[in-house]
Design a binder for this molecule. Structure first.
Ligand SMILES: Cc1cc2nc3c(=O)[nH]c(=O)nc-3n(C[C@H](O)[C@H](O)[C@H](O)COP(=O)(O)OP(=O)(O)OC[C@H]3O[C@@H](n4cnc5c(N)ncnc54)[C@H](O)[C@@H]3O)c2cc1C
Length: 454
């Protein structure tokens, strides 16, 4: 056997067995490609952070009708749920249930693939590259030889917070996704949540469900809160990819929103958002991230209506309030967290005391700051670099990772939210399922339609 044939017989190694890694593995198995799926947290296998929650109050923020794992079989999840009525398709089911769906798909694919697919429990800590192979080394010293490695590492935990890190562990929850983050409610009366996105909503709901009866303050720069999905719909009429850019595009979306409603106007852009992002210069992308992103996020990443209602009830009872301001200081005073912020548009400062503070400021994108041996190793070797906006790993349009000197690598790829810098909208299932479906075709050499171009 020549070394080239030997190399193509090697499996594809996927680091990270959350939604992105698992779906990529399943799609590769469909094409008969050998796969090794490496996941460091057995409880998260196939589910990842989002769908590995144990809390039934954490609902999907996408309707069941749009949660099929497969872009070529839109009704797959509905059939799995045994949902056939329109009101069922409109439901927002628990993420826990969705995790079970994913695990079942993985088990079925593994059973079919037999010895060609393997799950490995462990943390990948380094990857060494030779001419025709890449060797992944695990924390326990085991190695896996592969023909290419795909990094499906998911969202990184929030960045260390320059202000909040001054607080002692007892008062501060730096990682809201940590399983113990909402535990031990004894003596808890006043909670501060920094950041107001969907993770903040998760934290508030978890506290409520665990019996918390106190008050929550949610602090963010603009005081925005995620908007709600409608009970049903909207009915989205497909529109062509808009041929306007920048401020003209924003005006056009506003005009459409006034005509057909903001939800329909935003949703109609979904098939085109990645192209729109790619068409804009890095400077315009940066301007979007600075000025428009918070507004895009609340319109685009919506709450399930039942979740929105629960939060509104808490607001009406005076137990939940959203505050706009800039965090300025954190100290310990009489055993409490004394938090100082500057209200938006004002010069003065306000100090309030809390029993606990959560950091829900969003995932970190700075590769050098994330506490992960694999990233540290790849950075040191010059195998990865951050994308220009500091959102994740720099990749090309096929997901091939760019090395420190900007060269595209065929043996190192990435999928899922870590590729946000290239695609922007690559966080939710409908986008990732399409990305990994395409990536699997590419890696399996199935992206050529028979005879195409010959
Ligand atoms: C709280 C939350 C709720 C969400 N809800 C929804 C929703 O309702 N609908 C929707 O469409 N999208 C939702 N999303 C978006 C979500 O990001 C994606 O849908 C998707 O789950 C991301 O999957 P992933 O596999 O890329 O990342 P993750 O789920 O984070 O999985 C990455 C996995 O990689 C593993 N890993 C990392 N490094 C290593 C290593 N070195 N070695 C081995 N294993 C490693 C981790 O343990 C982890 O299991 C939600 C996201 C979050 C965070």
């Amino acid at each position: 056997m020549t070394s080239r044939t030997a190399a193509t017989n090697l499996p594809i190694a996927i680091v990270g067995g959350g939604f992105s890694g698992t779906l990529l593995a399943i799609n590769l198995m469909r094409y008969g490609v050998r796969v090794v799926l490496i996941e460091r947290s057995a409880g998260q296998l196939a589910k990842g952070v989002a769908f590995g929650t144990r809390k039934p109050e954490h609902l999907l923020n996408v309707r069941a009708a749009n949660m099929s794992a497969f872009p070529d079989d839109a009704g797959h999840f509905l059939r799995w749920m045994d949902f056939s009525a329109a009101d069922e398709a409109n439901r927002f089911v628990p993420r826990l249930t969705y995790g079970m769906y994913l695990r079942e798909q993985l088990v079925a694919a593994l059973a079919k693939a037999g010895p060609d697919a393997r799950i490995v429990d462990g943390e990948a800590c380094s990857i060494d590259f030779a001419e025709s192979a890449a060797t992944v080394r695990l924390a326990d010293g085991d190695t896996i030889e592969s023909r290419a490695v795909v990094l499906a590492l998911g969202n990184f935990p929030p960045a260390p917070h320059a202000v909040l890190d001054a607080l002692p562990e007892r008062l501060y929850r730096p990682d809201p996704w940590h399983p113990a983050a909402s535990g031990d409610l004894s003596g808890l009366e006043r909670v501060l949540v920094v950041g107001s996105g969907l993770t903040a909503a998760d934290v508030v709901l978890s506290l409520e469900s665990a019996g918390f009866g106190g008050e929550v303050t949610v602090l963010s720069r603009r005081g925005l809160k995620p908007l709600s999905h409608a009970e049903s719909g909207p009915v989205v009429t497909p529109v062509p990819d808009p041929d306007v850019r920048g401020a003209r595009l924003v005006r056009e979306v506003r005009r459409r929103a006034a005509e057909i409603g903001w939800r329909a106007a935003v949703d109609a852009l979904r098939p085109h958002t990645q192209n729109i992002w790619r068409r804009h210069s890095p400077a315009t992308q940066a301007s979007f991230l600075r000025h428009l992103r918070p507004y895009w996020d609340i319109h685009r990443h919506r709450l399930a209506p039942s979740v929105a209602r629960r939060l509104e009830e808490m607001e009406a009872q005076g137990r939940l309030r959203y505050v706009a301001g800039k965090l300025c200081g954190a100290a310990t005073a009489d055993g409490l967290a004394a938090i100082t912020y500057r209200p938006r548009g004002e010069d003065g400062r306000v100090t309030l005391e809390f029993d606990r503070v959560y950091n829900c400021a969003g995932p970190d994108g700075d590769l050098a700051r994330v506490d992960a041996p694999l990233l540290a190793h790849l950075l040191e070797q010059g195998r990865i670099r951050g994308d220009i906006h500091g959102l994740g790993i720099d990749v090309d349009h096929l997901g091939r990772v760019r090395s420190a000197d900007g060269l595209v690598q065929d043996r190192l790829l990435a999928a899922g939210p870590v590729t946000k810098g290239e695609a922007w909208e690559i966080v939710a299932v409908p986008d990732i399922r399409r990305q990994v479906w395409g990536l699997a075709r590419f890696l399996a050499d199935e992206h050529w339609v028979g005879g195409e171009g010959l």
